[in-house]
Design a protein around this ligand. Structure first.
Ligand SMILES: Cc1cc2nc3c(=O)[nH]c(=O)nc-3n(C[C@H](O)[C@H](O)[C@H](O)COP(=O)(O)OP(=O)(O)OC[C@H]3O[C@@H](n4cnc5c(N)ncnc54)[C@H](O)[C@@H]3O)c2cc1C
Length: 282
């Protein structure tokens, strides 16, 4: 088995490293101090095709997986952990859609997440349900062709900056952990609003918000997989995202002691263009 990085993975490292050092590093202090959301940097990441490295090509991504996502956020974290978290949070919405979405759901949401046109977020935590996600109190009650959401989520990374949210709510509170289901909720849905913003001690370029659902109606077809399988969806998502999460934190801490990454001479400004410009190996 070949454990070496592929040429495309090396290109992704080079590109994310350069973006981090050239575009993120000079402005990271500004975003950390002001807590503004780093929209201009999001635009740079979009232009570089780095939001969708883990998304199949058929949905507008680069066709990689967990490894490619790790490589991007690791390199961005070397410049700013908060900015890298926006890419990671968006993937936390894309991954469950990719793993459990129907072909229609994938077609509807993945291209925007892959291109970075819309940022994603993942919202499972509640004031009384942190480590113990089975204590989820937010409810999703089926009413005709809609689910009606009620409850409050907290600590949602990318909070008000995101536009698509993978949300977990109980469709059957009597069943406890087996009553929790996963949904996609779009920003702007009536009854969905934002509560307080957390003012953190670090990674302040990342927005962390409470989300409030007050009789928020979402179409029944926004259910991901099956009713009662929400924690299964969450655990499988974490299986794909935890390597990224670990490397992101490690890279942020180690950044000061790391030497410059050896970039290849042919690094392009887009992972897609870079790959396209390489001669085919076949
Ligand atoms: C910056 C930031 C961003 C976040 N982003 C998101 C996000 O995008 N989406 C989202 O859904 N959530 C997010 N979270 C929430 C995060 O996932 C929770 O903070 C985490 O699940 C822990 O929950 P809690 O804070 O309620 O702590 P608690 O669950 O109350 O835990 C407090 C402490 O007790 C310990 N503990 C808990 N249970 C046990 C036990 N049974 N045995 C021994 N020790 C235990 C924990 O390890 C911890 O040290 C974010 C949090 C932060 C700080």
């Amino acid at each position: 088995m070949d454990y070496d990085l592929t040429e495309q993975q090396q290109d992704i490292i080079d590109l994310a490293y350069q973006l981090g050092q050239q575009k993120v590093k000079p402005v990271r202090e500004h975003y950390d101090q002001t807590e503004e959301f780093p929209w201009p940097i999001m635009e740079e990441i979009r232009k570089s095709d780095l939001f969708g490295v883990y998304v199949p090509e058929g949905y507008g991504g680069l066709g990689g997986g967990t490894t490619e996502l790790v490589l991007v956020t690791e390199q961005l974290s070397r410049a700013c952990g908060g900015i890298a978290l926006a890419v990671a949070a968006s993937a936390l919405c894309g991954i469950p859609v990719l793993l459990f979405g129907t072909p229609e759901q994938r077609k509807k949401w993945l291209p925007d997440l892959a291109s970075g046109k819309r940022l994603g977020a993942f919202t499972i935590t509640e004031p009384g349900a942190g480590s113990d996600a089975t204590a989820t109190k937010t409810t999703a009650k089926l009413d005709g062709d809609d689910y009606v959401l009620n409850g409050t989520k907290n600590f949602c990374s990318s909070g008000n900056a995101a536009e698509l949210y993978c949300l977990f709510a109980s469709t059957n509170p009597k069943r406890g952990a087996r009553g929790i289901s996963a949904f996609v909720v779009e920003k702007g849905t009536p009854g969905f609003s934002f509560g307080k913003k957390e003012h953190k001690m670090g990674i302040r370029a990342s927005w962390t918000y409470d989300l409030v659902f007050n009789n928020c109606r979402i179409p029944k077809k926004n259910l991901l997989y099956k009713e009662g399988y929400g924690l299964f969806v969450a655990q499988n998502t974490f299986d794909c995202s935890r390597p990224e999460s670990a490397l992101r934190r490690w890279a942020s801490r180690k950044a000061r002691s790391m030497r410059p990454w050896p970039t290849s001479a042919c690094a392009s400004s887009s992972a897609r263009r870079s790959r396209a410009s390489r001669p085919s190996s076949t």
